[in-house]
Design a protein around this ligand. Sequence first.
Ligand code: GCV
Length: 699
Amino acid sequence: MIKYLFLFLILVSTAVLADDGSRLWLKYDLLSDGQQREAYTKMTQFVASNSSHPTVKVSIQELEMGLKGLLGKTPLVVKTATKTGGIILTVVPNSPSTTASDGFDLFTEKGNIVISSQSEVGVLYGVFELLRHIQTGKTITKLSISSSPKIKLRMLNHWDNANGTVERGYAGSSMWKWNELPFRIDPRYIAYARANASLGINATSINNVNASSRFLTDEYLEKIKAVADVLRPYGIKVFISVNFRSPRTLGGLKTSDPLDPEVRKWWNEKTKEIHRYIPDFGGYLVKANSEGEPGPQDYGRTHADGANMLAEAMRPYSGIVIWRAFVYNADPKGDRFKEGYAQFKPLDGMFDPKVIVQVKNGPIDFMPREPFHPMFGAFPKTTLGMEFQITQEYLGQSTHLTYLAPMFKECLDSDTYAQGKGTTVAKIIDGSTENHTLSLMAGVANTGSDANWCGHPFNQSNWYAFGRLAWDYTLSPEQIAEEWTRMTLTRKPQSVQKITDMMLKSHPIYVSYTYPLGTSHMMGEGHHYGPEPWLTKAARPDWTSIYYHRADSIGLGFDRTGKVSNALQLYSPEVQQLWGSHDKCPLDYLLWFHHVPWSHKLSTGRSLWDELCHRYYDGVGQVGKLQTAWESVKSDIDTETFENVKGRLKIQEREALWWRDACVLYFGEFSKLLIPKPLVPPTRTLDEVKKLTEIYHLR
Ligand code: GCV
């Protein structure tokens, strides 16, 4: 009996200790260092605020929760500070402070910590900054921080459907329980709001851009209102993705032509109605005339006609229209790379000031490594927003450890040379280069119903990194990785260093065993998982793999220098110079722009074929190193999390091999060259590898 009781106690205690990841980076576990706790406690004995604003209320709640967890001591909440050693929250609406309205000042003054902002939400952001300081072990005795977001709209785009599925979601089903709303509010909505606010994310579009008109019905507007009410105190505005055909499908009109007066009236009224539910409605997000979605071109109108019609409906309100530039025609002779640019270029200067054109980071589609989209820097009269993909459609979904901050940064730091050296993509999208009032960075969300929200425990870091970079794109991937690790996994310095190192290496490793040297779009058809470089036929030519890699007996890569496609000319002359010759082009982008002969010697001293093989093999080898590094931090990581990541690293190793073998065997059929020594050729045949891919297509 005693034996069973003992076993039961063990089981209960491990259940309590195990970390299911649901608290994300807001863990607030007790700091183990007593001295450090004491030092923090001295400075956080009370919270003073005389505001009853809901956002200040949640700020105070967060401090209570955070400090109780981290320090084991809940601060007193008072209206005014009568002594020192506390945190003073103050909102000074027209303060001369240089911070933006939702920025904050966080400083120590006369023995207190002051968090001051022109707005309540700025105070909330300051509170999260203070808690982050404590969580990551930074000093709070001498604070002097002024922080303003670099981008105004920092937004998640959910690709969640009304039926509870998530397009390209790899963490369970949708986190929005449409069948329960508006009557039941899942506590996760609050957790979601806190997590976003902790990063400064201030907007969310709640449904898929392949949008159902259902989201504009009364029934759904009531549900969305309930979500908006939960998110509001956390400074998050709700957007809706709309189906351009809604006036017909929902309104019973004969057309959805944006120049038709009845259609315009319908949108005006619909917009008014939405504002009755959600007075601070963020606006519309639209995918039009893309991948089969309806749009203004169905009526011979332009993207500007469509966007401006919605902007007109939004005119009486603060909301805006976000119009996606992800469009491409199925032209077998064309180059998808140029499509967005070509369709939007004639419209530069024609969009209403309330419109932001949202552009994916690269010209194709969230490939693991793309050159920056040529629209950035080439549309001076249009507000361009950035669209990154946080969910890892092409980046290992939820089984590969791939930390995306370096990839986001590579794009943001790319120099467009639009107004001379230093006109980076970041400076285009923050509006500073062309003096735009609006600015936007959106990320396609990776959240789902999984207990840990994101599937792979490390995928949380990509949500985190996106938010941190949207607030301040000058932060380094290293700093963000370290911060996230300390808050989420461990504060043990050696392990923090090892994990940060793993994270920083992970994206280059992934690229090595999937898409080295600037190859792209060779994934399994439809599901986009695993390799299928031999994909020759699909519903559209630009959904095959051969369209992109162009392997033949001569070499590999898509010549975009003018002979086959002149896509390179969309960039400024400086960029053209940099990428235009295959001897100078950085190897990471080489095959994006050049068809390189198999035996051509690269700057590494190896031929293209040898380099390609080496990269594939090296990528696989590096996954082994990730596994060893992870083993070495075992004692500092929660057991459930450790085992979870360990298992996924094994899958990653198997699949890295799958990619490697598929690609070297398949390309070997064109190069007719042997795998260079000392690399050992795959033990399986190309047919055997193809079978693995076929399994994914079985019904
Ligand atoms: C929402 C890619 C994805 C689609 C996605 C599309 C888009 O093509 O595979 O699932 O659709 O991008 O961004 O609109």
